[in-house]
Design a binder for this molecule. Structure first.
Ligand SMILES: *[C@@H]1O[C@H](CO)[C@@H](O)[C@H](O)[C@H]1NC(C)=O
Ligand SMILES: *[C@@H]1O[C@H](CO)[C@@H](O)[C@H](O)[C@H]1NC(C)=O
Ligand SMILES: *[C@@H]1O[C@H](CO)[C@@H](O)[C@H](O)[C@H]1NC(C)=O
Ligand SMILES: *[C@@H]1O[C@H](CO)[C@@H](O)[C@H](O)[C@H]1NC(C)=O
Ligand SMILES: *[C@@H]1O[C@H](CO)[C@@H](O)[C@H](O)[C@H]1NC(C)=O
Ligand SMILES: *[C@@H]1O[C@H](CO)[C@@H](O)[C@H](O)[C@H]1NC(C)=O
Length: 364
């Protein structure tokens, strides 16, 4: 459902006032992390852009623009959070790509603490088992791989645990000293397509089990010589450490994954990162693994056939973010280089309806 421009303008005006108030609230403290940017149902679609070009990773996916997403109920606000979904109704032929969403922050940052409170992430259904899905929450610098990439949540098909992966242009050797003992260091050089990779062991870190537990909070800290990722399931007693006004990773407990420079020049390998949230289907990873994933291969000959012919398989393929926050250290926000200019007036997008189809499926 399209929103009326009257309502949208009112929302835009309120948001402008709120963001001005926020920016006058300048940080005055030393050492700790201070809130630099906060994205939630009050401002998300003004601060993130829809990417609607072809999938650079060749997925069976058609990323839609804001007005299509709004009209078709693929993105919006629901249940106090930000909904970003995949079409699960169109019975396309196998040659037609399925509509999905991919959003990118207008702002970019250097270093900092990123905290994502997530109610739900894209997952399969009991019968689809996740086949065809490739969801990702990640940050990306310009001119890949020159600006580096940090994959915070990523996985494909029947995968039931998270992979945390970094990609750099040059050789970037790392250790995982300090990560949870049951996290596996799969590869230790971040260079190029393979990247350095850590594999979580708990199924609650990803997909169906993550959602069954009510989701949770992912946090990523990026410093000059470490990149760490924590996961707090919804019932974790430590989850509220992420809600402190000045959160301190020293109180977070052991990270799920930690990449410690072992000769990697992290301060130059990662720069000017934007936050990206996308749900791809098939493509360079999920599609290529199709043949070697027996449960998926048993359902269709190719990933694209499966995606085209099984809209129901994508019923649970949506994100709901409660909030996304970026904290930076000390004064001046440590280079939080507001490249987004916030001039959007919210008319292209807005809050409201259009998600009625979800009522009765989602908890209200
Ligand atoms: C959104 O974030 C801002 C800044 O942290 C906060 O003041 C506001 O209460 C939040 N709104 C909602 C709906 O959570
Ligand atoms: C979707 O996410 C993955 C993240 O790993 C990325 O490699 C891929 O390029 C993304 N596709 C788009 C269109 O953003
Ligand atoms: C987290 O919760 C515990 C117990 O409920 C409380 O003692 C503690 O102060 C809380 N910490 C924060 C940062 O809110
Ligand atoms: C901010 O971003 C611009 C454009 O990307 C860049 O030229 C500039 O060096 C950045 N400044 C800082 C402090 O990172
Ligand atoms: C500011 O945002 C507007 C609207 O999105 C855009 O047209 C303009 O190019 C932006 N300016 C800069 C300096 O980024
Ligand atoms: C606000 O949105 C309307 C309708 O899309 C557009 O005509 C107008 O140029 C926009 N104004 C700004 C400042 O972006």
């Amino acid at each position: 459902m399209v929103f009326t421009s009257t309502l949208l303008r009112a929302v835009g005006a309120a948001l402008t006032a709120a963001s001005l108030a926020l920016s006058h609230d300048s940080p005055t403290h030393s050492g700790g992390y201070t809130l630099a940017d906060s994205f939630n149902t009050s401002n998300f679609f003004r601060e993130f852009s829809f990417f609607s070009d072809g999938d650079p990773t060749n997925g069976a996916v058609a990323y839609v623009d804001a007005s299509t997403a709004n009209k078709d109920g693929l993105a919006g606000y629901t249940q106090g959070g930000i909904y970003l979904g995949v079409d699960y109704k169109k019975s396309a032929s196998s040659t037609t790509n399925r509509p999905s969403t991919r959003l990118e922050s207008k702002k970019s940052w250097n270093r900092g603490l990123f905290i994502f409170d997530i109610q739900h992430m894209p997952a399969g259904t009991a019968s689809s088992k996740g086949c065809g899905l490739w969801p990702a929450l990640w940050t990306l610098g310009p001119d890949w791989p020159a600006g580096g990439e940090i994959d915070i949540i990523e996985g494909v098909n029947t995968q039931n645990h998270n992979f945390v992966v970094l990609h750099t242009q040059d050789a970037c050797p790392v250790s995982n000293n300090g990560a949870m003992a049951n996290t596996k260091l799969v590869s230790a050089d971040c260079k190029g397509h393979l990247g350095c990779k850590q594999q979580a062991s708990s199924p609650t870190t990803f997909g169906t089990d993550f959602n069954a537990a009510g989701g949770g909070v992912y946090a990523m800290e990026w410093t000059d010589d470490t990149i760490s990722v924590w996961f707090f399931p919804r019932n974790s007693p430590l989850l509220n450490t992420t809600r402190a006004s000045s959160p301190d990773p020293a109180t977070f407990g052991e990270p799920l994954a930690k990449f410690v420079s072992a000769g990697c020049a992290m301060s130059s390998a990662f720069k000017d990162h934007r936050i990206i949230i996308n749900t791809s289907l098939c493509g360079d990873w999920a599609g290529k693994e199709w043949d070697s994933t027996a449960e998926c291969k048993a359902m269709a000959n190719t990933c694209a056939d499966f995606v085209g012919n099984n809209p129901d398989a994508f019923e649970n393929a949506y994100w709901i973010f409660n909030s996304l926050k970026v904290f930076q250290r000390g004064e001046g926000m440590g280079g939080g280089n507001g490249t987004g200019n916030g001039t959007g007036n919210g008319t292209e997008y807005g809050r409201g309806h259009g998600y009625d189809r979800r009522r009765g499926v989602l908890r209200g």
